[in-house]
Design a protein around this ligand. Structure first.
Ligand code: ZN
Length: 237
């Protein structure tokens, strides 16, 4: 009987940190017990999948990219899956709601459940890890504790209690995640956060602003190149 660990990995800094935390803290460094899964939903920031491929190759972790490319045909109003411009500014701004992709994380976790059940042998159990964090709560309903609790119950019921859901960063902010990543030597130069998906990163979208503020809060310098490294400072507390 084995306990497996399945990490939903976007290629951004939160889930990339989560992967290292799970491998080192929960799987005791045993890569054979860990799977990473990513989703191709024709996101604007496809480069994140390239980061996910590289990270899992370096860590020696099995990685599967699952196509969910029908999502943009449903989520037509989101700037992350359409041609609509990505709003600039802080997550607290009302216009950041344009970056919500309806149903995305419900679909991701249901798909993670299907994948994980397929990996289990008789008597095995598994934990699915999801990188939602407290900074997401105000904008994204599918990153809030209520959603995570309900998906945990759904996944447990659907798997006859063989599979659990754990979101260890749910009450941690981005700076707190970063501090854990530093402890586990995460290479943040191989993560993509910018919603525009560009290199250099834009530095102006809500995602870039939050990331740069988190680096500031920890006293670290973000190793990424940015087109604009000044604008985010106007949101500093
Ligand atoms: Zn950006």
């Amino acid at each position: 009987m084995t306990r497996r660990h399945v990490v939903v990995l976007s290629g951004g800094m939160d889930s990339t940190t989560l992967l290292s935390v799970v491998l080192r803290r929960y799987a005791n460094g045993d890569t054979s017990l860990v799977d990473a899964i990513s989703f191709n939903y024709n996101q604007r920031h496809q480069l994140e999948l390239t980061c996910a491929i590289k990270t899992t190759a370096i860590l020696g972790i099995r990685h599967r990219i699952i196509p969910l490319t029908f999502l943009p045909s449903l989520a037509v109003a989101s700037s992350l899956t359409s041609d609509k411009p990505v709003p600039e500014g802080h997550y607290a701004d009302e216009n950041m709601k344009q970056t919500v992709v309806p149903g995305r994380n419900t679909l991701f976790l249901a798909t993670a459940l299907a994948y994980t059940e397929g990996q289990l042998q008789n008597g095995d159990t598994a934990i699915i890890y999801y990188g939602a964090h407290s900074g997401d709560h105000s904008i994204y309903p599918d990153c809030r504790p209520r959603f995570v609790d309900s998906m945990r119950a759904t996944i447990a019921a659907a798997s006859d209690d063989r599979i659990n859901l754990f979101a260890p960063f749910l009450h941690t902010d981005k700076a707190g995640i970063l501090r854990q990543g530093i402890e586990f030597d995460v290479d943040y130069s191989n993560t993509l956060t910018c919603y525009n998906g560009t290199r250099p990163a834009c530095g102006r979208c809500g995602s870039c602003v939050e990331r740069l503020m988190a680096f500031d809060a920890t006293g670290m310098t973000d190793p990424l190149d940015y087109a604009d490294r000044e604008t985010y400072k106007q949101f500093a507390p």
